[in-house]
Structure formats: structure tokens, C-alpha cells
Design a protein around this ligand. Structure first.
Ligand code: HSE
Length: 438
């Protein structure tokens, strides 16, 4: 057979490794596909950047649209919305299958890309868009196609996991941990996309769309980052045998009348130290899937980095190439369920509430009453004296830590507002959701 012509768009750390591995493993890849994969060009913004010995500079071009026209398979690793979106649409409409790692594009324009792939009779793959090297999209889309997924809990952002892990292991502040992450190259100079949860939210939208056969847009995801997580929150988590993680949570919800919905959210949460996700350290990623028949599954590995992410890209490339050789097509977009997106207020969760209170008779009862009035049940309470009353007439103060049972987010939020309004509450020191248990 004729070689399949591969165009690579973008030559950053992942693109460079894709180019290297395509050349280094050319013989084996040809065996696996059934025909050689020929890298016909690499589209870049400027020709003169130093790309090291792994990139054949004769393949470089600044004319991405022209390169796309000549390709059977297009790998898009430019990132961002434009020009990536237009180039992918052009490739799909001209009959080339596309492999991309572009989570923002998928989370914002996924349906448009899938429709273009359908019209062109070609394929769209994007395993590298979520959790780097970890095979997670294919298992959800194919291996679990006969099951019903109940929940997906993911640590899908390595930068924030590194920051929270450093805060946990060294007691560092958020700012100091981010500075360490930047020094090691885990965090960008402007870490906003990671620490504010945008990156994880795009990945959550992709995971939820596949898990629940429902179109979920990046804007549908409730998003809270880790910028407000304090060393005190991390220490409080430790005190209850938990760790703080930035979680992407995609859940199938069931209302009282039996109707199903989907909730998708990204926020920091305390999870019990014994939960498999608690052992995910440094910049690693993991995705924990709960399915009705399969039970609990955990997928773990490197969520970023040139070579690990290139592995996911090449896996997709081989799939797309094999299908092209055999004249078949893999699964397209599946959104038959179109479950309604449930608002955050309806989400069922648990809260860890840390209060500074006056230490005098009746305080605990007042706090417990305010919580009960919102229909929220207390799971544990821990009180510690901070200051004894002084002879100068200063009242005693205590720290009160309440962990609730599961309740709606709306009820828990209202509870915290009520507590903040009590005159015996000096300060609401910290509030964090507790996840990882039923
Ligand atoms: N910035 C991401 C992370 C990697 O820290 O995990 C790419 O999605």
C-alpha cells in the first residue's frame, strides 16, 4: 500500500516528541498499521527557532493550510481555538482524519468538529486532551460502552496536584508552592489556566460528555480553582485524615422522581487519605471511574510532558491509520442521552466547616441549632480551645470544626451564611467540600 501522509501542526514539546517517535519507530508503526506513516511536513509559526536534533528542519513549513490539503492524517498540537479550529475543520472536510490534544477546542467546539468528521466520513481522536499519557477516553468510550458510568472523579491537572502536594508535605503556603512549581517547570509563568481550574474544567467537560452520552460544554462546568486554599485548610484536612485535591467530578444524578441528570464540577475538596486518589502525588494525574457493573476503576500516570503525551497522540494516530487502511470507522460522537445539566445548588456533597467561636456556655448548642435549622446533619464536631479567658476580661476562644453529612450544596451554603451571621462566631476560617465517599 501507499504510505499514509501525516501532517503535524505545531512543534512544541509534544510535537517534537511525536516527530521523533514517528521516525524512530517507523518500522514498527508500519507493521501495526499495515502501511508506512510518512511525516510529510510540520507546520510552525517561525522557521528559525531551535528545535534540537529530533526535528528534520526540511519538513518545516509556515503554510499550515497548504500542508493540511496534502495529508491523509493530521495531528493538531497548536492548542487554543484559532487557527486550530479552522485547520481541523479544513482537514476533516478534505477527507483527513484528525488527532488532537486540544482540550479547550474540544470542550468548546466538540460537536462542530464531530459533525465535520461525520460529513467528511473521517475520524476525530483526542486521547491526549485529557490526562496526557493516561488511556482514559478510549476506556470510557469503548471498553465501558456496555456499562453505565455513575461517577468519574479525576485529578486531571498536574500543576495543581503538585502545588497541593507540596502544601501537604511541606506545609508551604499556596504562593510558595506555586513558586516551587514554576521553578521546576510544572507551572507556567502565568499559572491562571491551571490554578483557577480552567484546564481541569475543559477536561471535565470532555470526560462527562463521553461518560454520560451528553453534550457538555466548558461553560456548563462549575469551576473553582485552588487560589484560596490555605495552609490552614491543608492542615485541617490532615487533622481529619484527609488530603486536599483539585477534583474534576462528573456525576450521574437521580432525582426523587427517578429522572436522571448530570452534574459536572471542578473544585478543591478533601478526600480521605485511604481513597486511591489521595495517593496521587507530585504532578501525576489519575482518573477514578465508578461504573455500575465494573465497579471502581483507577487510571493513573503522567498527565503532561512531551514524551508521555506523544504516546497518547501516536496511539490515536495508529487507530485512525488502521481504520483508514481497513476502510472502517471508529465510534463517532454519542450524545443520545442528552441528560439535563443539574445546577450546582442541587449537588449532594459534604462540607468541612472550620469556625473560630467564643468559648462560653451554649455556643456549641447555638452552632448545632443553626446547622439543624437548614436540614443539615452533623457527622463530627471537634472543638479546641485557642485562648483561655483572661483576668483582663477577654473571653475565651475556641476553634470548632464541623464535618457534615451529605446535603445539597444549597443547604450547605445557606448553613455557612447562617453560621457567619451568628455573633458567637468570630470567623468562618475555612469551608471545603469533602468528597470520595458515598
Ligand atoms: N497544564 C496541564 C497540567 C497539562 O498541569 O496538568 C496540560 O493539560
Amino acid at each position: 500500500m501507499e504510505p499514509l501522509k501525516v501532517a503535524l501542526l505545531g512543534c512544541g514539546s509534544v510535537g517534537t516528541q511525536v516527530a521523533r517517535l514517528l521516525t524512530a519507530h517507523a518500522g514498527e508503526l508500519a507493521q501495526r498499521v499495515g502501511t508506512p506513516l510518512e511525516l510529510i511536513g510540520i507546520a510552525v509559526r517561525t522557521l528559525d527557532a531551535d528545535r534540537g536534533p529530533d526535528v528534520d528542519t526540511r519538513l518545516l513549513t509556515t503554510d499550515a493550510p497548504e500542508l493540511v490539503k496534502r495529508a491523509d492524517l493530521v495531528i493538531e498540537l497548536i492548542g487554543g481555538i484559532e487557527p486550530a479550529r479552522t485547520l481541523i475543520l479544513d482537514a476533516l472536510s478534505s477527507g483527513a482524519s484528525v488527532v488532537t490534544g486540544n482540550k479547550a477546542l474540544l470542550a468548546e467546539h466538540g460537536p462542530e468538529l464531530y459533525e465535520a468528521a461525520d460529513r467528511g466520513g473521517v475520524e476525530l481522536y483526542y486521547e491526549a486532551a485529557v490526562a496526557g499519557a493516561i488511556p482514559i477516553l478510549r476506556p470510557i468510550r469503548e471498553s465501558l460502552a456496555g456499562d453505565r458510568i455513575r461517577r468519574v472523579l479525576g485529578i486531571v491537572n498536574g500543576t495543581t496536584n503538585y502545588v497541593l502536594d507540596k502544601m501537604d508535605t511541606t506545609g508551604a503556603s499556596f504562593q510558595d508552592a506555586v513558586a516551587q512549581a514554576q521553578a521546576l517547570g510544572y507551572a507556567e509563568a502565568d499559572p491562571t489556566a491551571d490554578v483557577e481550574g480552567y484546564d481541569a474544567a475543559a477536561k471535565a467537560a470532555i470526560l462527562a460528555s463521553l461518560a454520560f452520552h451528553t453534550r457538555v460544554h466548558a461553560d456548563d462546568v462549575h469551576r473553582e480553582g485552588i487560589t484560596t486554599v490555605t495552609a490552614g485548610d491543608v492542615a485541617s484536612a490532615k487533622a481529619i485524615g484527609a488530603v486536599v485535591k483539585l477534583l474534576a467530578i462528573c456525576e450521574r444524578t437521580v432525582a426523587a422522581d427517578g429522572s436522571e441528570g448530570v452534574s459536572v464540577r471542578v473544585h478543591p475538596a478533601m478526600i480521605p487519605a485511604g481513597h486511591p486518589l489521595a495517593s496521587v502525588r507530585e504532578a501525576f494525574n489519575a482518573v477514578f471511574v465508578e461504573a455500575e457493573a465494573a465497579g471502581e476503576l483507577m487510571f493513573y500516570g503522567r498527565g503532561a510532558g512531551g514524551t508521555p503525551t506523544a504516546s497518547a497522540v501516536l496511539g490515536d494516530l495508529v487507530s485512525a491509520a488502521r481504520n483508514r487502511v481497513s476502510g472502517s470507522r471508529g465510534p463517532g460522537e454519542s450524545y443520545y442521552a442528552q441528560l439535563p445539566l443539574r445546577p450546582m445548588g442541587e449537588v449532594i456533597t459534604r462540607y468541612h466547616i472550620s469556625l473560630a467561636v467564643a468559648d462560653r456556655p451554649g455556643v456549641l448548642a447555638t452552632v448545632a441549632k443553626a446547622i439543624a435549622e437548614h436540614g443539615v446533619s452533623i457527622e463530627t464536631v471537634r472543638q479546641q480551645q485557642i485562648f483561655e479567658p483572661t483576668d483582663e476580661g477577654q473571653g475565651g476562644r475556641a476553634s470548632l470544626v464541623v464535618v457534615t453529612h451529605a446535603a445539597t450544596e444549597a443547604a450547605l451554603k445557606a448553613t455557612v451564611s447562617a453560621l457567619a451571621g451568628l455573633d458567637i462566631v468570630t470567623a468562618v476560617v475555612g469551608v471545603m467540600r469533602v468528597e470520595g465517599e458515598d
